[in-house]
Design a protein around this ligand. Sequence first.
Ligand SMILES: *Cc1c(COP(=O)(O)O)cnc(C)c1O
Length: 357
Amino acid sequence: METRDLSDHRPYSAGRGIEEVARELGLDPDDLVKLSSNENPHGPSPRAVDAIEAAADTVHTYPKAAHADLTAALADRWNLRNDQVWLGAGGDGVLDYLGRTFLDPGDRVLVPDPGFAYYPMSARYHNGEVDRYHLDKANGFTQTADRVLDAFDGHRIVYVTTPHNPSGSEMPLDEIATFARRTPEETLVVVDEAYGEFTTGASARELLDERDDVAVVRTFSKAYGLAGLRLGYGLVPTDWASAYERVNTPFGVNLLACHAGLAALDDEAHVERTVKTVRWAREYMRTNLDVVTWESGGNFVLAEVGDAEAVAGATQQEGVIVRDCSSFGLPGCIRVSCGTREATRRAVDVVNEVVGA
Ligand SMILES: *Cc1c(COP(=O)(O)O)cnc(C)c1O
């Protein structure tokens, strides 16, 4: 028996985990600092942890009410109708739902290069074809409507990441609006705001009141510290909001995730503390790393180090795991997530030492 043709598909290459690296190097996991996956350095919201514990003995039930409650809380927060909030298993799950909703076999999508690997993966799962628009390193990875329009050729879905992973660059809301206006009605602009909490830039949520060809993706994985639960959501226009019922995986968001998400939403202090640490760490890295870095709106900084694979390998030997950006199409760059003050200082010292050696 043979699978369908998967030759265009690429396995996702994730940031390396602490356990995995510790085992390989024979080190104590407690001596390692993991700054390779843009996770929350302060962990999950304590209220979310309490909510998970409290809900633990109800996991024999399907998460119907909890799903509805979280959807309503998010709709309230974003001032949208309940059906305009699409919960998914991470932002990635939401990307899949949008692919299911819009892609017919052979439809073309346009993704950023460098960019987040799951856009092309998800599009291919849904039998879409992938083209790329280039963000220019020499030009600070600047994101403008013109830059994306240069590569645009009637694509069904165009993915925009702001703040962008891995560069940290942002696409201002007026550029996104211009782009959406200048593309046909049948082109969906997916604005991925996975790092939206870390920027002061306006959310593309604003566009949903006037346009029906924009969707926003957000996640609990980064600022809320719930990456392990797999919880994200889409914000969509009213016109096709009801499609969710036809494309979603039944109970695709688990019960503990729904309860934790609700509690985390209420824990503004935890998000504020996280954002404050991230702002400090971004600034610290940009000031103190002895290599070229780029301004970042996310919870990470991209740094040009020459041979990223070698540098990431060497910092790892010193107990600091960073992300080699070769798989993003940037073999000369590493991405360092914002850690606690202690971890960030250590990462900067180690990277400088390795690069200077
Ligand atoms: C982390 C991330 C996501 C979402 O990740 P989930 O854990 O699936 O929510 C989406 N887009 C980008 C660019 C990301 O970096």
